[in-house]
Ligand binder design. Structure first.
Ligand SMILES: [Zn+2]
Length: 346
């Protein structure tokens, strides 16, 4: 009975051949290249286990991502996290960011892009201010910094800021603002072990090929007793977004987290939880016990309600999406799209 129920509702994105968001002509070409690379094994995928460490049954909720790229997305029946079932190995992940990422996610206007990052940075700065951690922060490092705009409000407040990203064009554009940025992952010759008071991982943790291993590696640059600021997509936070299904992307190893998982998980890893909200923002303090207890694997058992909560939120969002799609289809069939094109809006 349960299987019939699930198959009635999921997979949700099965029919979206072209994906949900238009990536533009150049982006579409790059997506085709990416699909070929995945099919012919140039980008290798491996089974991506759930971070809760449970071998519970997963339920498949989508077989394509937002661009229509084949991708099996599942929900864990233990903890309710939503993840990519087979994700790239570490080598393929790096290759994707070096070769394909900027071709698919094209920045049209670098100044505007930087401004958007700056406003995100201001939001983060305010949250950290409310947590009263800013007086303890002199150095800030942003892993996956893009053009580095998130760091800018910290720079203006006399913090020593640096960051790195694989997206070369973004790094080059950010350097113009006087930010100390470099291309690639963390380079310990440039960013020493235990050298930073604050590590920012904004929209990064969900991209890690092996989140525990990569998080452990990244937090090596944070001084003991200092802080990590995380932003990840959250199933509760996405409900207020316009189109939460846009989060399902082939370069996310995990699509949706929730605050109860994040609180328990990072506590288990030996971090203090300074702040944790429904929108996927967590501020952690690295204690001397970090990774002492759980170094390679975490095992967390969750009450069933977290799975049902994630499932219910997905269904609400899915229903919204389906209704929207129906409206769009009606408008298209009424020739509204052609009318817009004729009037010069494209
Ligand atoms: Zn799980």
């Amino acid at each position: 009975m349960t299987a019939i129920f699930y198959s009635w509702f999921f997979p949700l994105l099965d029919d979206y051949e072209s994906g949900l968001e238009s990536p533009g002509a150049k982006g579409k070409k790059a997506i085709e290249v990416l699909k070929r690379k995945t099919l012919d094994g140039r980008l290798k995928t491996v089974f991506n286990p759930c971070l809760c460490g449970c071998q519970a049954n997963d339920v498949t909720i989508a077989t394509k991502d937002r661009f229509g790229i084949p991708l099996i997305t599942v929900i864990c029946t233990n903890c309710g996290l939503i993840r990519t079932k087979y994700f790239w190995d570490q080598k393929s992940t790096v290759l994707f960011y070096k070769q394909d990422f900027e071709k698919i996610y094209v920045v049209k206007n670098y100044e505007k892009f930087f401004e958007t990052e700056v406003s995100t940075g201001r939001r983060y700065f305010d949250i950290l201010g409310k947590c009263s951690v800013l007086p303890e922060v002199n150095s800030v490092f942003d892993l996956g910094c893009g053009a580095g705009g998130v760091l800018y409000p910290f720079l203006l407040n006399n913090k020593i800021c640096s960051g790195c990203d694989y997206a070369q064009k973004r790094v080059v554009s950010g350097k113009k603002y006087g930010l100390d940025l470099y291309e690639g992952g963390i380079d310990l010759r440039k960013t020493a072990l235990e050298s930073q008071d604050l590590l920012i991982l904004s929209g990064v943790f969900e991209h890690f090929a092996d989140p525990l291993r990569d998080f452990k590696s990244a937090t090596r640059v944070v001084k003991t007793g200092k802080y990590i600021f995380l932003y990840v997509p959250s199933i509760t936070g996405s409900l207020i977004n316009e189109n939460p299904w846009n989060c399902i992307q082939n370069f996310h190893s995990f699509q949706f987290f929730h605050k109860w998982f994040l609180g328990l998980y990072f506590k288990e890893l030996g971090f203090n939880i300074v702040y944790n909200d429904l929108g996927g923002i967590v501020v952690l303090r690295k204690t001397k016990n970090a990774f002492k207890k759980s170094s390679d694997k975490v095992e967390l058992k969750f009450p069933k309600r977290y799975f049902y909560l994630s499932l219910a939120l997905l269904m609400i969002q899915g229903a919204r999406l389906q209704v929207r799609q129906i409206i769009v289809n009606i408008l298209i069939s009424l020739g509204i799209k052609k009318l817009f094109v004729d009037l010069g809006f494209s």
